[in-house]
Structures are given as C-alpha cells and as structure tokens.
Design a protein around this ligand. Structure first.
Ligand code: AMP
Length: 401
C-alpha cells in the first residue's frame, strides 16, 4: 500500500508518493500556476529499470480540482499509482492548527470546520490547504485522510513563553499568542538528531535552526518544544529572506505618522520588502554570500545582521533550555551556507560550541557532523524532509484506526 502527501498552496499543489512499508519515495511532483493560462506540472520518479524519469505537462490547470486530476493522471502514467485504491491514506499539510490541534488528526467534517474557523489566523495559507483537503475528500472520501499542522509541534510551549505582554483579554478573546511555524521540520530534524547521536530524544536538549527563505529557531527539551522564534504570524524572530523578524513595534507607528503608510503598505514592507532583501536588495543567500565574498559591503552587512540575530537566539535558547546538547542546521540556508553556520557559531566557544571549519565546508546529502572533536555541543547539518514527516505522522494515525 502507498501513502500520498499533499501540500496545497494558493496556486500550487506539491505532492509526494511513498511506499507504506518503508516510507521510501516512489514519486514526487509539483503543479504550479494553477488558475493561470500557463500552468506547469512536473513529476519525477525512478522507473522499473532504475532510471530517473521526469514528466512535464504545460496544459492550463484552471483550479485545484483539475490539478488533483492531473496529478492522478501523471501518477497513473508513470505506473507508480495505477489506482487510487492502492492508497492507505493521504496526509495533508495544514499551516495553522491554532490551539485546536496539538497533533495530527484524521480529517472529518468537524476537522474541516475547525480549520476553516482558523482562517483569520492564516488568511493566505489555511484556505489554500482547505481546497486540497476538500477536493481530495470529495474524490476519495473512503480513504483515510490526515491533517498535519505546522503549528502542532509548538503547542507544548508553556504559557510564559507563548504569551505576549499585552492585555490578557487579547489572548482570551482574540487568541493573540505565539503559535510558531515550521513545526513539522523542527520535529523531524530533532528526531533525526537524537537518532544520529544514538540517544533517547527524551534525554537531550536541542536547538533546531530551520533557515530557508522563511527562518525560525526552536528550543526543544526532551523532544518537546519549549520556545520558538516565529510568533502569532511567521513575521517574528530571525531575519528572513524578505521578512524583518523582530523589531520595535513602535517603528510601525512612526512610519505611519511620518510617511503616511497604511496597514497594507506596512504589511508589505515588513513581510515582502525587508529582511535580507531590504538590507542588500537580494534575498537569495547564494547571491548574497558570493557578493559578500567579493567585497560587496551591503551584502556583508546583510549577512552580518542575519548571523548576529541567529547567534543571539542560540544564546537565548541555551538559557531557556539550561544547556544544550545539540544544535541542528536545516533548510536551504542551514543545509548549504557554510558561511552562515561559521558566523553564527563564531565566538561561542566558551559556551561549548566549537565548530570544525574543515568539516563545515564539506557538502553532502546525508547528516553532516561539523563540530570539533572536543566540542561539548554537537553541531549537525540535517536535511529536512517535511513530506517524509507528514507521511510518517499520517501512517501513525492510520495505524490507530
Ligand atoms: P528554502 O526556503 O528552504 O528552500 O531555502 C531557500 C534559501 O536557501 C535561499 O535563500 C537560497 O539562497 C538558500 N540556498 C539554497 N542553496 C544554497 C547554497 N548552495 N548556498 C547558500 N544558500 C543556499
């Protein structure tokens, strides 16, 4: 039997098909620009002879219903899924589970209603996730479907860490609190780290750094998250590709008064025009690190600000955890940008964080150990795999049915 993982965005559908037995990947695909005249569908898989194959289809995909049809057709043609009945379950990525979901759940009418109720907390993401769920539920309602939430892993954060110092009724009535995101990735790499270190996850403290275009850190004690940098929305915390991360909220009042910016303009400024892009005009870390190496001052500054914020949170989370056994780097930047790993560990030797520069420059797809032999804290680069984690959690739920 097989498990299908769906990640439905507002104009895209990402999917991956797993063999249930060992959760090996059979096929993965992406349909982009749904709703456009020009859509792009792509599927990769390994054929029976062991050769990597790719299918492309550029016919217009007007909506998500058609996208699911296109996906099913591509999977059929590839021979990887000849009939939907081969599926034992479908796992859906859902961005916001609010306080309603602490773990993955089997989807039914009530769950769909609860995800819909959470739309004000994630107005861009939850509606897109829901479309995928509703179409899949309509088409194969008898196959168990599971929702896996980006926020769920952070629901173990204690209230002194998730509450803001605002009038308490804003939490009670408006649900204003820290939720955190990237939970599936933080949870996956923390488990992988414990496995790699051959220690029970219950016995170790780790700081996981998910550094992609969006970036967040999490403090994990005995496998449970006790704090994370993203807040009520993904805007808080680390410097990101185009998001500012932490800043003095009074800047917003100042800009509104002095420049007459309205709420929409401020939202765009902080979410789309700030972060690395705001500082140096670029949000791609590859370009920035190359420019910095060639002496571009603005790129150097962007890199320095990014890494300094990261270093501050490493220190903060060491304090929150009362000591750390392991720091994990993941995400496009965490997995690939050696310079970022070097700069954010620089000067932390007295805290037990000792990087081995040579190991740090190695590139490999598997888990990479980058600490010096005498480092009390293990430093690991672990490729994230959110789809695998969704498939694993989906299977866990299916096994309880
Ligand atoms: P993600 O959102 O996880 O896909 O990560 C995207 C970020 O990873 C972008 O800022 C990319 O520039 C960065 N990235 C990907 N590959 C590399 C690389 N080889 N070196 C530096 N940054 C990279």
């Amino acid at each position: 039997m097989k498990i299908l993982v769906l990640n439905s965005g507002s104009s895209s559908l990402k999917f991956q098909l797993f063999l249930q037995e060992d959760l090996s990947v059979l096929a993965s695909g992406l349909i982009e620009q749904i709703g456009d005249l020009k859509s792009a569908a792509q599927l990769s898989f390994v054929d029976a002879a062991g050769n990597e194959q790719e299918y492309h289809n550029n016919e217009p995909v007007p909506d998500h219903r058609t996208a699911i049809g296109v996906m099913a057709e591509m999977l059929r043609e590839s021979g990887m899924l000849t009939d939907m009945e081969e599926l034992s379950g479908i796992g859906h990525r859902v961005v916001h589970g609010g306080e309603s979901f602490h773990q993955p759940v089997r989807i039914d009418g009530d769950v769909i209603g609860a995800i819909r109720k959470l739309i004000p907390l994630a107005p861009l993401h939850n509606p897109a996730n829901l479309i995928g769920i509703e179409v899949a539920m309509e088409q194969v309602s008898h196959i168990p479907q599971v929702a896996v939430f980006d926020t769920a892993f952070h629901q173990s954060i204690p209230e002194h860490a998730y509450l803001y110092a605002l009038p308490f009724e804003l939490y009670e009535k408006q649900k204003v609190r820290r939720y955190g995101f990237h939970g599936t990735s933080h949870s996956y790499v923390a488990r992988q780290a414990a496995h790699y270190l051959e220690r029970p996850i219950e016995e170790i403290n780790s700081i996981t750094l998910h550094l992609g275009n969006g970036a967040s850190a999490a403090a994990i004690q005995g496998g449970k998250c006790i704090d994370t940098t993203m807040g009520m929305t993904p805007l808080e915390g680390l410097v990101m590709g185009t998001r500012s991360g932490d800043l003095d909220p009074a800047i917003i009042f100042y800009l509104s008064r002095e420049m007459g910016l309205d709420i929409e303009e401020l939202d765009t400024l902080l979410n789309k025009k700030s972060g690395l892009k705001g500082i140096c005009g670029e949000n791609d870390m590859r370009t920035i690190s190359e420019a910095a190496e060639q002496g571009d001052q603005q790129a150097r500054l962007a890199l320095a600000i990014f890494c300094y914020r990261l270093k501050k949170y490493i220190g903060a989370y060491m304090a929150a955890l009362g000591g750390v056994d392991c720091i994990v780097f993941t995400g496009g930047i965490g997995e690939n940008a050696a310079v970022v790993r070097r700069l954010c560990c620089q000067g932390l030797e007295r805290l037990g964080i000792r990087l081995d520069e040579e190991k740090n420059n190695i590139r490999q797809k598997e888990i990479l150990e980058i600490h010096a032999a005498d480092s009390p804290v293990s430093l690991l680069v672990i490729p994230t795999d959110e789809e695998y984690e969704i498939a694993r959690q989906t299977m866990q739920i299916i096994n309880t049915l």
